[in-house]
Every structure is written in C-alpha cells, then in structure tokens.
Design a protein around this ligand. Structure first.
Ligand SMILES: *[C@@H]1O[C@H](CO)[C@@H](O)[C@H](O)[C@H]1NC(C)=O
Ligand SMILES: *[C@@H]1O[C@H](CO)[C@@H](O)[C@H](O)[C@H]1NC(C)=O
Ligand SMILES: *[C@@H]1O[C@H](CO)[C@@H](O)[C@H](O)[C@H]1NC(C)=O
Ligand SMILES: *[C@@H]1O[C@H](CO)[C@@H](O)[C@H](O)[C@H]1NC(C)=O
Ligand SMILES: *[C@@H]1O[C@H](CO)[C@@H](O)[C@H](O)[C@H]1NC(C)=O
Length: 347
C-alpha cells in the first residue's frame, strides 16, 4: 500500500552524488586526467597487449588468458590486466614502471603465496589497485602511500594485517565486499586513514561493528553480515557520516541503544531485513529510511520527531515499512505534522 502525503519533491535518491563510486567500468583514465598534460610517451608495447596511439600511457592486456604479468615497458602508467589467469606477481614485475598509477588485476587467479613480498613496493605513484575476483586470503601489502582507491572484493580475505594500510593518507575508497572478514581480523586495520570516505564491508562475517574505523567516513556499508548489536555512541564517532547500510543483519531492539541511529549528519539509513520491532530514533535531517522486512508493529511519531514546530520536523522523503506488521489504521494522525516532506511511505 502506498500512502501519498504532501507530494512535494520526487524521490531524492543518492544516484548522482555517488555514481562515481559505483562505476566499475575500466573507462579510459583520461576521463579523470584530461586536464593533465601528458608528455610524449616513449612507450612501446608488450606484443600481446594493446597500447592505443592516442593514449600511449595505457596498456590493455585484458581477456588474453595470460598466466603471468607480461613485459611492461617504461612509459606505461595505466595497466589493465583483468580477466586473465595470472597466478602471481614477481618482485621485478613492475621494475620499468615505478610511476605506474593504475593497476587493474580483477578476475585472475592470484593467491597470496604467489605474490612476492616486494611486488608493489617500488610503485611510488600507485593510485588505484583493483584485485577483485581472485583467490587472496589476506590483503596484500605494504601498499604505496600514494594509493587512493583499493578494491579487493570477491576473494577469500579472512585477515587484514593491522599495519598494512598504515600511512595511506590519501586512501579514499576501499571495497572489501564478499570476503570472509570478521571484526577481530580487521580491528585497527583502518586506523589513521584520514582521507577514507567510503568503506564497503558488505557480505562478510562480521558479528559486531569493527572498532578503529576512521572518523572521516561518509559512506559505510555493512549489509549482509551477522551484526547483532551496536555499541552506544558508536556512530557518533564519525564526523560526517551520510550513508549507512546495515540491511540483512541480525539487529533486534535490544542490541540497538536509544540514539544508535540518531546521527546528526545522516541522509540515508538502510536497516531492512533485520528483526527490529520498533522504529529507532533517527535524526531530523534524514531523507531516506529503509525498514522493510523487520517486525515493526507501530509507526511511532517519536522515532522521527521529539518535538514538532515550524522548523522542527523530519526531513524524511522516502520511508519503506513494507514487510512489517503495520497497516494504515496504525498510523497516527500527527505523523503528517512530523513527516512533512514524505512523498512516499510504503507499508
Ligand atoms: C623492461 O623493459 C625492457 C625494455 O623494454 C624489457 O626488455 C623488459 O622485459 C622489461 N621488464 C619487465 C619486467 O617488464
Ligand atoms: C581458487 O582456489 C580454489 C581452491 O584452492 C580453486 O578451486 C579455484 O579454481 C581457485 N580460483 C581461482 C579464480 O583461482
Ligand atoms: C596526498 O595527496 C596530496 C594532494 O594531492 C599530495 O600533495 C600528497 O603528496 C599525497 N600524499 C602521498 C603520501 O602521496
Ligand atoms: C536526536 O538527537 C538530537 C540531539 O541529541 C535530539 O535533539 C533529538 O531529539 C533526537 N531525536 C530523536 C527522534 O530522538
Ligand atoms: C500484527 O498486529 C496485530 C495488531 O496490531 C496483532 O494482533 C498481531 O498479533 C500482529 N501479528 C504479528 C505476526 O506480530
């Protein structure tokens, strides 16, 4: 059932703001670097790969059934090796390209045992390292301090050694979804990453939220874990948290302290597919709240508005409560004064 309240604005979903983080294409890096002058390149190319004339600092070696890293001539800064059968990386694999910026190794057969200890240590300018869909059991490193984007999803990561990300002051985006991480095996791993904005730990084996996450985080995703409770004030430790996802966990009312989700900076909160029986208190500025498929019995005004006044009302636009035990008759009248902007409430 859809209840139409004052139909003000359409749904304000996060799309445009976040699209840069979702893209998983390997589009040519000149989208990003068009403003940088790229001097004449002396790069030749590995015979099996492709180095486009109009983009000589990129070498494309994807989909070639390669079992090892090909020769990489100097001048290459963007190296695409996805969809091969590469099993390891030698210490000297990148000896000609210490200024490599992007290294894309998704969909290979990499294991920790076959990646030599100093494989990445000479890469003084590496920004992006993608190693999703491999066979890694722990995060590789140490990684260059210049890194800004690390993606190691769909491996078998069970562990991140605490100092392996140390000092990566520009690391902004980390994707670790679909691994086997537990809270104890990552505690302290992200400490001191002062630029980290985006961390995705969905589809892991967390039973608690991890300690020691950097306060800079703006997007934090824990969907599909086994988290059963949130320590008091845990999310208040983040200075600008805007998007928080905890769908498909094991949250019950008892594990959620009163103001756990009343986080002043939050715009979107996903608590769908848990076992909550009441709507937790949320901040006034929250715009999207997903609570579908819980055990909620009642739409409580006090969860959204402690006080109602000319400027005191909930900024919620989109609220999902379907898959709970609430019907239209459970909705109190005063909710209209509180949820003034809600254009769409799904029951
Ligand atoms: C380094 O470049 C030289 C000359 O292009 C090439 O022969 C050699 O194989 C390259 N080394 C590696 C590890 O790619
Ligand atoms: C990963 O390892 C398993 C078992 O060791 C093996 O069966 C599988 O083919 C490997 N996958 C890749 C992508 O290398
Ligand atoms: C981090 O980024 C800043 C600004 O781009 C740069 O000046 C600094 O050298 C970078 N730090 C590292 C360790 O690369
Ligand atoms: C959320 O926290 C703020 C600040 O502590 C408080 O004023 C507000 O009443 C709380 N909101 C709810 C719905 O409890
Ligand atoms: C749903 O709510 C109704 C009335 O509020 C109650 O009688 C019923 O037991 C609830 N059903 C479940 C499955 O909780």
């Amino acid at each position: 059932m859809h209840l139409q309240f004052i139909p003000i604005l359409g749904l304000l979903l996060m799309g445009s703001v976040l699209s840069q983080y979702y893209g998983y294409d390997y589009g040519s890096p000149d989208d990003y670097y068009s403003s940088l002058a790229m001097g004449p390149s002396t790069a030749n190319c590995a015979p099996e790969c492709n180095c486009p004339a109009n983009y000589p600092s990129a070498m494309y070696c994807d989909n070639l059934k390669l079992k090892k890293i090909p020769m990489v001539p100097s001048g290459i800064q963007y190296l695409y090796l996805q969809n091969n059968m590469i099993e390891g990386i030698d210490n000297d694999a990148f000896q000609n390209v210490t200024d490599l910026k992007w290294l894309i190794l998704d969909h290979n057969h990499l294991t920790n045992a076959n990646i030599k200890k100093n494989a990445f240590s000479k890469l003084k300018e590496l920004q992006k390292l993608y190693m999703s869909f491999n066979n890694l059991t722990e995060l590789v490193g140490p990684l260059p301090k210049t890194m800004d984007d690390l993606r190691v999803t769909n491996n078998k990561l069970a562990k991140i050694t605490p100092n392996i990300l140390e000092g990566l002051e520009n690391l902004t985006v980390v994707h670790l979804q679909h691994n086997k991480l537990k809270e104890d095996s990552i505690s302290g791993a992200f400490k001191g990453l002062k630029s980290l904005l985006y961390l995705d730990l969905s589809y892991n084996e967390l039973t608690k939220v991890p300690m020691g996450l950097p306060p800079s985080l703006s997007m934090l995703y824990f969907d599909n874990n086994k988290i059963g409770n949130i320590p008091d004030e845990y999310f208040q430790g983040f200075k600008g948290l805007q998007y928080l996802r905890l769908s498909n966990n094991q949250l019950k009312d008892a594990g959620v302290p009163g103001n756990a989700f009343n986080i002043s900076t939050l715009l979107e909160l996903d608590l769908s597919f848990n076992s909550l029986s009441t709507i937790p208190a949320v901040n006034e500025g929250l715009e999207n709240l997903y609570l579908q498929v819980n055990k909620i019995q009642k739409l409580t005004v006090a969860s959204f508005c402690k006080v109602i006044g000319p400027l005191d009302y909930s900024r919620i636009r989109h609220l999902r409560l379907d898959g709970n035990n609430i019907t239209r008759s459970d909705i109190p009248n005063e909710i209209h004064n509180c949820l003034r902007l809600a254009s769409d409430i799904e029951l």
